[in-house]
Design a protein around this ligand. Structure first.
Ligand code: MN
Length: 226
């Protein structure tokens, strides 16, 4: 084994529903502005197609965790999203073949430092500090659904009040289109996660909030803000 100058960080592991075995996470890709009603609430141009940004794999937080209110922000927002777990890699995957690359699906929340994002947008700067910070990717257990699509209702409640409620079918890019588009820009690999964008109703979280995120057919994602 190759010597290292300090111990390497452990592989980030996501939970797989009903299985002892975990899902080793490689990269986290995210789609921006994939629901028209959210694009509108963010003041986006309605002709602008969705796009990608990334989070580091170690931003992942398992369901049931207490998450510290993020540093360097006073406007931490929730964004509930369907997450695709990739089981088979590839580049330039045709839309018609995209579902064959799916391992399964999970509920995720793309936590966002909205104040830093607004500042970055204003200066034409990248979004990394607004999106890719520590503990910014809470993720529920992945349900194994190899080769299949997923549709249904998507919802996020804060302290038992519903903040976001929509349907996966409202996505601008469908699951197969997201996989195909992502694989045009990166060679996808087993372990990659793709957050597919949030519906309307994003808003601020405060310390003490209890968050419950749900998608039909998937285990709920819950976390509290410490
Ligand atoms: Mn998002």
């Amino acid at each position: 084994m190759t010597a290292t100058v300090f111990p390497p960080a452990p592989t980030v592991l996501a939970a797989v529903d009903g299985r002892e075995a975990r899902f080793p996470v490689r990269r986290i890709f995210c789609v921006g502005r994939n629901y028209a009603a959210h694009r509108a609430e963010m003041g986006g141009d309605d002709r602008e197609p969705p796009f990608f940004f990334t989070k580091p794999a170690d931003a992942l937080v398992l369901s049931g965790s207490a998450i510290a209110y993020a540093r360097a922000t006073s406007d931490l927002h929730h964004e509930v999203e369907l997450v695709i777990a990739i089981g088979t890699g590839g580049a330039d995957i045709p839309v018609a073949e995209a579902l064959a690359h799916v391992f399964g699906y999970a509920v995720g929340v793309d936590l966002t430092r909205r104040d830093l994002q607004a500042a970055a947008k204003g200066k034409g700067q990248p979004w990394d500090s607004a999106k890719g910070f520590d503990q910014s990717a809470p993720l529920g257990a992945i349900v194994e659904r190899r080769g299949s699509d997923l549709k249904g209702a998507i919802r996020l409640d804060v302290n038992d009040a519903t903040r976001q409620a929509s349907q996966i079918s409202n996505m601008i890019w469908s699951v197969p289109e997201i996989i195909a588009e992502c694989s045009r820009l990166w060679c996808l690999a087993p372990g990659d996660l793709i957050f597919t964008g949030t519906p309307e109703g994003v808003g601020a979280l405060v310390p003490g909030d209890r968050v419950r995120a749900a998608i039909d057919g998937l285990p709920e994602l819950t976390f509290t803000l410490a």
